[in-house]
Design a protein around this ligand. Sequence first.
Ligand code: ADP
Ligand code: MG
Length: 370
Amino acid sequence: SAIRPSTNKKRATDGNDGKESNIKLSVRIRPINNGARSFVASGNSITEVQQQQPEPTFATPRRKAASEYIYDSVYGEKSTTHEIYNEFVSNIVSSVVNDGVNGTVFSYGQTGSGKTHTMQGGDDDGDNGVIQLAANQIFDTIKQDAAAAEYKVKVSYLEIYIEDIVDLLADSNSAAPLEIRGETINNLVEREVASYEDLMLTIEKKVVETAVGNTCGDDKENSTPSNGFNASSLYLTSVLSLVDLAGSESAKLTGAQGQQLKEGGAINKSLTALGLLFVGLSQKEPINTGYRNYKLTRILKPLLQDGKVAIICCINPSLAYCKTTEYTLKFAERAKRVKTTAVRNMETVHSKATTLSLRLELEESKVEND
Ligand code: ADP
Ligand code: MG
C-alpha cells in the first residue's frame, strides 16, 4: 500500500478533535540496497548491474487489501537527514531554546531500518544525524542571541540496558545503575558544555575533565554578566531528549538465545509498553497502561505528555520486512492519535536567560547490532 504525505494538515490530526497535536509523525524509507552492488558474469567478463531504484512504496501480501496510512510527512529513499531535520525537527529545537518547552525526538523501527543513521549520523563526516544538527542549531541560536540572553547548556547521556539505566557520562563504568524518582533520574551526570565541539567531545567520552571545569557555571556566575543578568534572574529550563531506540522486531524472529533473548525480551516489552503508553495518552480518561513497569516508558511519559515530540519511523522497503514494516506503520498510527499540550516549564520568566539540558538516550543491545 502506498504511504504518502498528508496534503491536508487537518487530516493529520484526525481523532484529535481538530486540535493540533504536539506529537508529529514522519516515516523515513531507507534505500533498499544500500551500497549493495550486483554483478553478472558472461564469458570471461563481469559487468555490474545498474540497480533500478524501486518506488518508495511497500507491498502488502496480495490477499490483503492495501491500507493507506497518513502521516505528517513521509521521506523517500533519496531524502537526507538534513532535509528531515529542517522540515520536521528544527522547530522543536527552536521551541526548546526560545520558549522553554521540552522537546523529544526519537527514531523507531526495526533493526537496520536507519534509526541510528537518522539520529547519530552516517560514517561520513558530512553525514550528520539529528544529534549533530540539533547541537549546531542550539549553539547557533545562542550565538545570535548572545546580547539578549544568557544560556547554559548541559548534557547527559544514558543507555537503558535490560532495564538498567546506565550513565554513559559517569566517571567509572562500574557505577551502579541509576534509579528513577518521580519524574527525574537520580544522580544522572549533567555536564555543562560551551560549544558544539565541547558537546560532541563530551558524548564521545574524549572529554578532558579540566576542559569541562573551565566552562562550568560557577565561573560564569562569579563574573559580572555584561548583559545585565544577575543571580535573581529566573532561568527558563527545558530539556531536549534525543532518543535512538532499539530495534522493534520480535526477538523470536532474530533467533536470539540466552542473554540475547533476555535483552530482546526486555526491549520488546518496553517497546510494547511504549505503544500502549500512546494508546493510554490518546484516551480521554487516563487508563493504566503499565508504563511504570519499564524505564523507557517512565522516562518518556512526562516528555510525551508535556512537550513537543517528533517521531521518525524508519522502514526498510524490502518485501522481506513487510510484516515488521506494517507493525511500525501501525505503531505510528497509534502515536498519531495522541493529543497533548506543550507546556512552558516556568510561567514567570523575568529574563530571557535559559538553561538548556540536552539529553541523549539510547536503548541498544547486542541483539540489534547487526
Ligand atoms: P538501525 O539503527 O535502525 O538498526 P542503521 O541506522 O544502523 O539501522 O542502518 C543500517 C545500515 O544502513 C547502516 O550501515 C546505515 O549507514 C545504512 N543506512 C540506513 N539508512 C540509510 C540512509 N537513509 N541512507 C544511507 N544509508 C543508510
Ligand atoms: Mg541502531
